[in-house]
Design a protein around this ligand. Structure first.
Ligand code: AMP
Ligand code: GLY
Length: 427
């Protein structure tokens, strides 16, 4: 079977790398891909949202399974178009992807289904939002743009002034355009965050091992929010009791509610959880694999990924054997461009990739990279996800950073404390 992965980030590199290991897979294509996917797959020069050309390519190559990575093509309905053309595709339809595409939709869904989440209100009118803010006792609040904003639409506020400013930026200044027609304002929760992902085919839920992301840019969880500066899996925070609770209280009711609303969810359902004193609550849903969660998760997956994703796409998840995992933890350290998550330059020459590849049990997943002749250049904010397995989290961390040390470019930086949260818990 030939497989097509759509997207160009670290998640897609990890998907290509793992799919290629499946005995049933003869060839993996990645559209448009990056310099890393060019090594583990065949890059196809078609953008992830160019549905017409993607369909044409998939038909010409007789692709047996297409896997859509990023949220934008999912929310735009790329999977619907592929399915209409009779192409077997992993990922939710446009109506199901709304669980990520609209925060208002996902909050309303959680309210209806009784899924634990922060209390919230939705506003379209800035004056009404400000009145609500003034009347609230607590100044601690979170302001979110309703639509997709590349991870930048959320402001976690400690003061009313910060919240007022966020309301103004979204509803008045239209910083996120039509993604900010509405805002969700919600209670600010405190606790450790965990990402729990599951393959879902509308009926059967197959959980993947949990991971912990590090969203703030700098060490000690300080600085601006990013797409994720590093991850590790598994996390000692996710005990088997907690995993059961999350399946019961979050995944099962979500899958049922999506069915009731005629939006059956088929694909990877990602619950962003926060562990509060009252138990786990959902911060957000994503309609796709997480980035960079996918990198350590797939590095640990021993089962055949193509078989699992195909079964999911065909509604046959109940027929696959339980997933098998490498018990060793994996740590992924994101190396970023100078200036990220603000403005940054592209086109810096990356050196040391061959040396890094020599570090045992490690894999450098590319994100924002591009090949130019025999050089690899930076081409994004998050550039590489340097991932390693170890007997303990400490050892995985050590190896990941050993590989990081081999790699250099002008302005390269990373957090130095990825996975330390696990040590605090006692991993
Ligand atoms: P989201 O895109 O909704 O997951 O929000 C991005 C990040 O903002 C989350 O990973 C949290 O760190 C933070 N966040 C979102 N909602 C809340 C909340 N209700 N309380 C505290 N932090 C939040
Ligand atoms: N790592 C966060 C996300 O994929 O949304």
């Amino acid at each position: 079977m030939k497989v097509l992965v759509i997207g160009q980030g670290g998640r897609e590199h990890a998907l290509c790398w793992k799919l290629r290991q499946s005995p049933s897979v003869t060839e993996v294509f990645c559209a448009p891909g990056n310099a890393g996917t060019a090594l583990d797959a065949v890059n196809v020069d078609i953008q992830a949202t160019d549905a017409a050309r993607l369909v044409k390519f998939a038909k010409a190559e007789k692709i047996g399974l297409t896997v859509v990575g990023p949220e934008v093509p999912l929310v735009e309905g790329l999977v619907d178009i592929f399915l209409q053309e009779g192409l077997t595709t992993f990922g939710p339809t446009k109506k199901a992807a709304e669980i990520e595409g609209s925060k208002r939709f996902s909050k309303d869904l959680m309210r209806k289904a009784g899924i634990p989440t922060a209390d919230y209100r939705v506003f379209q009118n800035p004056q009404e939002a400000l009145v609500f803010l003034n009347e609230r006792e607590s100044e601690r609040i979170v302001v979110k743009a309703d639509g997709l904003a590349a991870g930048k639409g959320v402001t976690v506020c400690s003061t009313r002034d910060e919240a007022r400013d966020a309301v103004k930026r979204i509803l008045v200044d239209k910083e996120f355009g039509s993604a900010g027609t509405r805002i969700v304002m919600e209670e600010r929760l405190e606790g450790q965050e965990i990402s729990m992902l599951a393959l879902v085919d509308g009926r059967t839920i197959v959980p993947l091992e949990a991971a912990q992301d590090h969203k703030p840019a700098y060490d000690g969880d300080t600085g601006p929010n990013t797409g994720g500066m590093g991850t590790y899996s598994p996390t000692p925070l996710m005990t088997s009791e907690l995993a059961d609770e999350v399946i019961q209280k979050v995944f099962i009711p979500t899958v049922h509610e999506m069915n009731r609303e005629q939006r059956p969810f088929r694909g990877c359902l990602y619950a962003g959880l926060i562990l509060t004193p009252q138990g786990p609550k959902v911060l957000e849903f994503n309609a796709r694999f997480g980035d960079p969660e996918t990198q350590p998760i797939l590095m640990r997956l021993k089962s055949d990924l193509a078989e699992s994703l195909l079964a999911c796409a065909q509604g046959k998840l109940s027929e696959i054997a339980p997933l098998e995992w490498d018990p060793r933890p994996a740590v992924c350290v994101v190396m970023a461009s100078e200036g990220y998550p603000g403005e940054y330059r592209k086109g810096k020459v990356i050196r040391g990739l061959d040396e890094a590849a020599q570090v045992a049990d490690s894999k450098v997943f590319h994100a924002g990279t591009i090949r130019a002749g025999d050089q690899v250049l930076t081409d994004g904010g998050r550039v590489l996800g340097v991932t390693a397995l170890g007997d303990t989290i400490q050892q995985a961390k050590l190896k990941a950073y050993q590989a990081v040390k081999c790699i250099r470019w002008d302005g390269a930086w990373c957090r130095k404390d990825i996975s330390d949260k696990a040590m605090v818990v006692g991993g």
